[in-house]
Design a binder for this molecule. Structure first.
Ligand code: SAH
Length: 472
């Protein structure tokens, strides 16, 4: 270690405090470093390469050669550097599918942000907490390492990004207490795509640390947060490095809109933005095929990254096969219905609507099971389908004794339109342009309010816990 400064007393204090913690040996004033001669004089420090050059000449046996000035023009600029630098010449981003560059939840803390409109996902995370508890009990209970590494895939931004981490911290602490074990160091890896607003998560960390300190004291358990950017449809972490994966509301996002929705120049899913009970089977099959391909890559990648006996909890939008015969209303198909109205009003071009398909797929339990079995790396320990209304999570002081919300359909419609906007706006804006966003979501809100007058609208979510198979 080299200590440099212009105040001899503080250098001395610095050395003394280092000495209290570490065994150190003081080598005195610096005279040579990595072949550089260091000369200290009253008005500064001079670095000189003469000794290095003369040592090189001695080693090469050419000390008696004649001296000549350098052939390299002084001040010559290295223009080539830019073309050799990967960042300038071949941005990694440009080789990703276009939608991966566009996909992200609305960042920041504003009115339309994901942070302000993610109570519906929070509700899902809370409802599936028993599965998370069972999973951590199983995986952490069988792990004796002093550092437990967890990754949250598709963490997004806003309160939910750290909600899962703080839930997991509480669960690990409770289990450690029950098992009479010292809590391990926890290392969290937060993952999302490149457009995600990671800054707002980092800004919320001091608050989390403060709460942890208030609850447990400063030395309770070391906890470290890292961010790892990249698509979870591929490798994100080194092999054998993660003990536990968690992901909520991520895997219904496909890596791209389904392939094959354009045949001989014609759009197959005309007038729709998703599949519905009346779309041709080819559309549904293309969606299912894309989901299976993506989920297979997801499972393969995670199984390589998990340590033996590692586990994973996933929660994402699914659908109940029993609802198949009824007309299915999904938030994503409803965007298509509203866009159709806007085509009739000449606000949206028909061809634009015809060529847009959400890269989202909500699978059935059987479709997920089949994919896990076919891929083969995981044992499915538990899977559940949980249902709740589109208005779940809406906070109001008005509810009756049974917990039923006493709010009008307009308020519910507004709440729902806002969270659908926070999820879908970047994708829609990239295809249709910003100008139609406000008119689209005003109509969306009204459409939802009208529907709620005559029927209930429900989400189905799938929550599952799986462990990595140990192949001996
Ligand atoms: N887990 C949070 C956020 C869910 S929103 C919660 O429960 O509230 C889904 C997140 O998944 C978004 O932030 C989106 O950018 C991210 N995501 C979607 N596809 C992804 C991919 N292929 N790789 C990494 N993140 C992805």
């Amino acid at each position: 270690m080299i200590i440099i400064g212009d105040d001899v007393d503080s250098i001395f204090d610095n050395k003394a405090s280092l000495h209290r913690i570490f065994e150190i040996k003081d080598l005195g004033s610096l005279s040579y470093f990595l072949g550089l001669e260091v000369i200290s004089i009253d008005d500064g420090i001079y670095l000189c390469q003469a000794k290095y050059a003369s040592d090189l000449l001695t080693r090469a046996g050419i000390t008696d050669s004649r001296i000549k000035s350098t052939p390299l023009e002084p001040n010559r600029r290295l223009e080539d550097v830019r073309s050799r630098n990967l960042f300038f010449s071949d941005p990694y981003l440009n080789s990703m599918p276009v939608h991966m560059q566009t996909l992200h939840m609305v960042g920041g803390l504003g009115e339309t942000s994901y942070a302000s409109n993610s109570l519906i996902q929070r509700e899902g995370v809370l409802k599936t907490q028993p599965i998370l508890e069972e999973a951590i009990m199983n995986v952490y209970g069988n792990d004796l390492s002093s550092c437990f590494r967890l990754a949250d895939l598709g963490c997004s931004s806003g309160p939910n990004a750290l909600l899962v981490a703080s839930n997991i911290i509480a669960i690990v602490d409770a289990i450690s207490h029950t098992l009479n074990r010292d809590p391990p160091a926890l290392q969290f890896f937060l993952n999302d795509l490149f457009g995600n607003d990671f800054n707002s998560i980092f800004k919320a960390l001091p608050d989390l640390y403060k709460r942890m300190e208030q609850e447990k004291g400063p030395r309770s358990r070391p906890c470290f947060f890292n961010a790892t950017l990249g698509s979870f449809y591929g490798r994100v972490y080194p092999s054998n490095s993660i003990n536990f994966f968690h992901s909520s509301f991520g895997q219904h996002f496909l890596s791209q809109p389904p392939k094959g929705l354009k045949k001989e120049g014609e759009e197959v899913n005309k007038g729709n933005t998703y599949f519905t009970s009346t779309t041709p089977p080819a559309v549904y099959n293309a969606y299912l095929k894309q989901f299976k391909e993506d989920f297979n890559v997801f499972l393969k990648s995670r199984s390589e990254e998990l340590v033996p006996n590692g586990g994973m909890v996933l929660v994402f939008f699914g659908r109940d096969a029993k609802d198949e015969t009824k007309s299915m209303i999904t938030p994503w198909a409803l965007v298509g219905i509203v866009l159709n109205d806007m085509v009739l009003e000449n606000i949206v071009e028909e061809a634009k609507l015809d060529s847009f398909n959400f890269p989202i797929y909500a699978p059935t339990i059987d479709e997920v099971k089949e994919t896990i079995e076919a891929e083969g790396s995981f044992s499915l320990e538990r899977m559940e389908l949980i249902k709740y209304g589109w208005e779940a999570g809406l906070i109001t002081n008005n509810s009756n004794d049974d917990g039923e919300l006493l709010v009008d359909e307009g308020t519910k419609g507004e709440y729902i339109a806002k969270y659908v906007r926070a999820i879908t706006e970047p994708l829609l804006k990239a295809h249709f342009g910003e100008s139609i966003m406000d008119p689209l979501f005003i109509r969306y809100k009204n459409k939802v309010a009208k529907l709620l007058e005559v029927q209930t609208l429900g989400h189905s979510i799938l929550a599952m816990f799986m462990t990595k198979k140990c192949l001996n």
